[in-house]
Design a binder for this molecule. Structure first.
Ligand code: FES
Length: 363
């Protein structure tokens, strides 16, 4: 009998060289730790030995995890409907709405929403760009920059570098022609791309008529992109710095593929870029949120979310603000939040988490 199982995982700060004995059977009265009650069940505990002080961990509470002793997000799918909250409850009706000032709405704990359509942009090397996530806005681990370019004159366009950091691109509008070192890739709209540390890239619309809009998320965070404009044009005439193409990871582009979706009750996500594409710390995914308000929760990772379609509301401890397509949401590590979709067609978002590789893990 699993009398002490609960849906959410347990947040624990670990001590180096100490062993933690996690209850796998669900019978312990000292959750999440084993108290010996498993005897006779055929299920035993799982021991984890911490390797560093103040390591943060989420020990599974539902006992359905496939990565014991740690949470893998399985608790989100214990029912047909994702854990939700009533946006019209008496408590929620009293939550005040934060207005944009001018492009950003600041909520609790450094959480914010910024509208790319109101973002001040500067021009460099054929790109118009602005910062959506970064140290100046409170981010610790990642930076994100929004770019636009209509540049078809490859020789007048420079390359972009973020030095020895990992970069994940998302093509928000248009088909792109991307150059990394000597490699040229055609990237469809709404695809993710992995740029490896040390690589520079240039990117432009693949055809006339549609301006290219894309996001570059960088980890660890960078203050600004570096634009390289003095390199000779490459063999396909696209201006490019020759900072190589890391052939250890020949596959860099991840397009939307319904066959690769992971279900979470009545919502789903698809991992686009992760360590399999050479990005060990930044993980990018696309997710669908149905008409609903998620139950308030927290993550151990820092997260940025691009709203691709739909409308909704972001809630934090005691504030809220509307969100719509083209907005970027920043969620600090451990900040309480809830994203509500108010659109009957659902809301699509593209997220990047750092560090971490599973956007389903929350508590
Ligand atoms: Fe559950 Fe020991 S009491 S594994």
């Amino acid at each position: 009998m699993n009398r002490t199982v609960r849906t959410k995982p347990y947040y624990v700060e670990l001590e180096t060289d100490r062993s933690y004995v996690w209850c796998a059977c669900g019978r312990s009265r000292n959750q999440p730790w084993c108290d010996g009650s498993h005897r006779g069940t055929g299920t035993g505990p799982v021991t984890y030995r911490a390797t560093r002080d103040n390591e943060e961990a989420l020990f599974c509470g539902c006992k359905k995890t496939a990565t014991p002793p740690f949470c893998d997000g399985a608790h989100n799918s214990l029912a047909d409907v994702y854990p939700s909250d009533d946006p019209h409850s008496e408590k929620n009706r009293a939550v005040p709405e934060v207005r944009r000032h001018p492009a950003a709405a600041m909520l609790n704990g450094g959480c914010y929403v910024v509208a790319t359509r109101h973002l001040p942009l500067q021009t460099s090397a054929g790109y118009r760009w602005g910062e959506t996530v970064g140290a100046s806005l409170g981010a610790v681990h990642q930076s994100q920059f929004y770019f636009e370019t209509a540049c078809l004159e490859e020789t007048s366009q420079g390359s972009i570098s973020f030095g020895d950091r990992s970069v994940v691109l998302f093509i928000a509008q248009g088909e792109a022609r991307l150059r990394i070192g000597t490699q040229t890739l055609v990237v469809p709209e709404h695809a993710g791309v992995s740029i490896l540390p040390g690589e520079a890239f240039s990117i432009r619309p693949a055809s006339t008529g549609v301006d290219l809009k894309f996001f570059a998320t960088v980890g660890p965070r960078a203050a600004a992109p570096e634009f390289l404009t003095d390199a000779e044009p490459g063999p396909d005439d696209c201006g490019s710095d020759d900072r190589g193409f890391d052939i250890r990871y020949p596959v860099r582009v991840a397009a939307i593929d319904p066959g690769k979706r992971s279900d979470m009750a009545d919502r789903f996500f698809q991992i686009l870029v992760d360590k399999s594409l050479g990005s060990p710390m930044l993980t990018q995914f696309i997710g669908m949120i149905p008409l609903s308000k998620a139950a308030p929760h927290r993550h151990l990772y820092e997260e940025s979310l691009i709203v691709l379609s739909g409308t909704g509301c972001l809630w934090t401890d005691n504030l809220k603000t509307p969100v719509t397509a083209g907005d970027v949401i920043f969620l600090p590590h451990r900040q309480l939040h809830s994203l509500e979709c108010t659109d009957s067609d659902g809301m699509f978002v593209v997220g990047v988490i750092y560090p971490g590789d599973n956007p389903a893990v929350n508590y």
